[in-house]
Design a protein around this ligand. Structure first.
Ligand SMILES: CC(C)(COP(=O)(O)OP(=O)(O)OC[C@H]1O[C@@H](n2cnc3c(N)ncnc32)[C@H](O)[C@@H]1OP(=O)(O)O)[C@@H](O)C(=O)NCCC(=O)NCCS
Length: 250
């Protein structure tokens, strides 16, 4: 996609957000030289890629997630401070190396949202079937939930995936997560089935055997198809993935 097409697609995401939340005010700006570097400002909110030195930004976000949110959003080992800091440093390195697309949303000094596309730079697991399908994760700080920010982050990452030419975006979500379900459904994700999902780790790394999980949960597998001409192959690939992962927790 050309830089101007990238910028337009991110601008459309912001326009949609402001249309759904017209009370939001303040200057709006988008800068998107390419999908990896896309960033935006909406009044006091800033949405930007995760950058070097952002361990404290992620730690601030973690401190704003209560127990229920941490149970639903668990890409990091929340209960082990040393491992958590290493995981944050790993996430920053993966973002720097364009392996994962990672964004943070700040409101003034507070980190109020974090979202990512694991393996946006290339997913060896789906590539074995000739497809590029990154996996999405998202969370909003407790006190900022229910104001449209989760929907904004998901749509932003959909624009990143489309801009990078990916075939689809996959995610998993706990069956009891009603707010997550509404967020994903209204952003165009479809429910495909149940899948055993590792907790506390990068799920794509665990799927590739590069990370070891010690806990699992059966979640809903959902997908958003970017390339409609590849739909059948995408659904067949994700069905194979469900069959391989299984639905029984050890
Ligand atoms: C899930 C989460 C990211 C959604 O972000 P959010 O900013 O709270 O949600 P939004 O305000 O953008 O609302 C998204 C949708 O959920 C709906 N919603 C809001 N509160 C809801 C509730 N209590 N129950 C069901 N749906 C709800 C909204 O109406 C909206 O639907 P719409 O787009 O059709 O209008 C956020 O709540 C969160 O971080 N939760 C804890 C961690 C988590 O669950 N992460 C996802 C793991 S898969």
């Amino acid at each position: 996609m050309s830089p101007s097409a990238d910028r337009e697609s991110f601008q459309r995401v912001l326009d949609g957000f402001l249309g759904r939340h017209p009370h939001r005010s303040g200057p709006v700006a988008v800068d998107a030289p390419d999908p990896w570097r896309a960033r935006a400002r909406i009044g006091t909110l800033e949405l930007r890629p995760l950058a070097e030195g952002d361990v404290a930004v992620l730690a601030d976000f973690a401190a704003r997630l209560g127990a229920d949110s941490r149970t639903l959003f668990c890409p990091y080992p929340w209960d082990d401070p040393a491992a958590l800091e290493r995981a944050f440093q790993g996430a920053i390195a993966q973002a720097r190396d364009h392996i994962d697309a990672m964004v943070v949303l700040t409101d003034g000094a507070a980190t109020v949202g974090h979202a990512f596309l694991w393996k946006a730079g290339g997913n060896p697991y789906s590539a074995a079937d000739g497809l590029e399908i990154p996996e999405l994760g998202v969370a909003v700080a407790d006190a900022w939930q229910g104001r449209g920010l989760g929907g904004l982050l998901v749509r932003w990452l959909q624009a990143v995936a489309a801009g990078l030419g990916r075939d689809a975006v996959e995610l998993t979500t706990a069956p009891a997560n009603d707010r997550g379900w509404s967020t994903y459904r209204s952003a165009g994700f479809e429910h495909l089935g149940d899948i055993r999902t590792p907790l506390g780790v990068d799920v794509t790394a665990a799927t590739l055997g590069q990370a070891v999980a010690t806990a699992w949960r059966v979640e809903r597998q959902m997908a958003w198809v970017v390339r409609a001409d590849q739909r059948e192959r995408i659904l067949a690939h994700l069905a194979r993935k469900r069959a391989e992962a299984g639905t029984a927790t050890p």
